[in-house]
Design a protein around this ligand. Structure first.
Ligand SMILES: [Ca+2]
Ligand SMILES: [Ca+2]
Ligand SMILES: [Ca+2]
Length: 315
């Protein structure tokens, strides 16, 4: 009996040691069909969050399949009788917004549309950063619901927040006329946060002001929605002062922000940090007025999928 207790203690001890300090919880797998699933590195925030507009197609689907909110948030398709999806009607069009995340063209596939039902209807997809300028990013059908923004020469810096799906009339006579959308996922989901430098620093200084602590704590709470990610910190100045000085200042400011955020989030958390200092080289607007200069003095923080996620994607 004594021997058994001893063995058990050893097993429990080893099991405890093998557990990582923080097991990642955010990244999540979603079933696509019987054979495949989709992994979203930033988990459930990655889905479209709200409806912007819905132009019902003609012919329209039956009433119960017209609920435009059914294409939002995580997928929940059960079967074709349960209206957990939005049928957009023949040539119908639906525009959705991402509000707690954006998406970008990063390595690998960037978007996945959960189109459901027995008949797979084709639809075109467009994306926008501002709900005004739209870029066409191809067509989805049941068999090809992935979109890699690289195929459409999308840059790797713009964060997009809007997506529109338009049915192209492959099947118009049906109870569920038009494309049937269960969910819309950003695979390369990001959280982008922009802070005015005046909130964080005194003029020409790179030490974070005590009064900025509240802002940084709030910002860290937003970051905490995901528990494993790369946190990219980018620093920009206005054009006052010389170029080399501004470069150094933005670099020091990035480091200060990183130190503060890391202290708040915890040194043992599963975040990697990356810093890019731009000095005055990437103004948002022309440095022609006091107001414009203020806009250019900024720190941009982007929460990206973690490095090991990208390392696992084959080129
Ligand atoms: Ca979302
Ligand atoms: Ca891509
Ligand atoms: Ca749904």
């Amino acid at each position: 009996m004594k021997h058994l207790t001893y063995t058990l203690t050893i097993i429990i001890g080893i099991t405890f040691l093998c557990q990582p300090m923080h097991a990642q919880k955010t990244g999540k797998k979603y079933r696509i069909d019987r054979y495949s699933s989709l992994y979203l590195p930033l988990g459930k925030i990655s889905f479209a969050d709200s409806l912007v507009s819905f132009k019902m197609g003609n012919p329209a689907p039956l009433k119960q399949f017209q609920d435009s909110t059914q294409c939002l948030h995580e997928p929940n398709y059960k079967n074709y009788q349960t209206p957990n999806f939005t049928s957009i009607g023949c040539k119908g069009s639906i525009t959705v917004a991402f509000t707690d995340n954006g998406f970008m063209n990063l390595k690998g596939r960037d978007i996945y549309i959960f189109e459901v039902g027995p008949s797979r209807e084709a639809a075109t997809v467009e994306i926008s950063e501002n709900n005004e300028d739209w870029i066409s990013v191809g067509t989805i059908t049941g068999g090809k619901s992935y979109i890699d923004l690289d195929d459409f020469d999308i840059d790797t810096e713009t964060v997009f927040y809007y997506l529109r799906i338009t049915d192209i009339a492959t099947l118009c006579r049906s109870k569920t006329a038009g494309a049937d959308i269960d969910a819309i996922a950003a695979i390369n989901s990001v959280i982008k946060l922009n802070i005015n430098a005046d909130v964080l620093f005194d003029i020409a200084d790179y030490k974070v002001k005590e009064s900025a602590l509240e802002t940084l704590t709030e910002l860290s709470n937003t970051i905490k929605q995901v528990d494993k990610a790369t946190i990219l910190i980018e620093g920009h100045t206005d054009s006052d002062g010389d170029t080399a000085y501004n470069q150094k200042l933005s670099e020091n400011r990035c480091l200060s922000v990183k130190d503060r955020i890391q202290a708040i989030l915890g040194y043992d958390a599963l975040y990697d940090y990356e810093i890019k200092a731009y000095g005055e080289s990437k103004p948002r607007v022309e440095n022609t007025s006091r107001a414009n200069k203020k806009l250019n003095r900024r720190v941009e923080i982007t929460v990206l999928p973690p490095k090991d996620y990208f390392e696992g994607i084959l080129d």
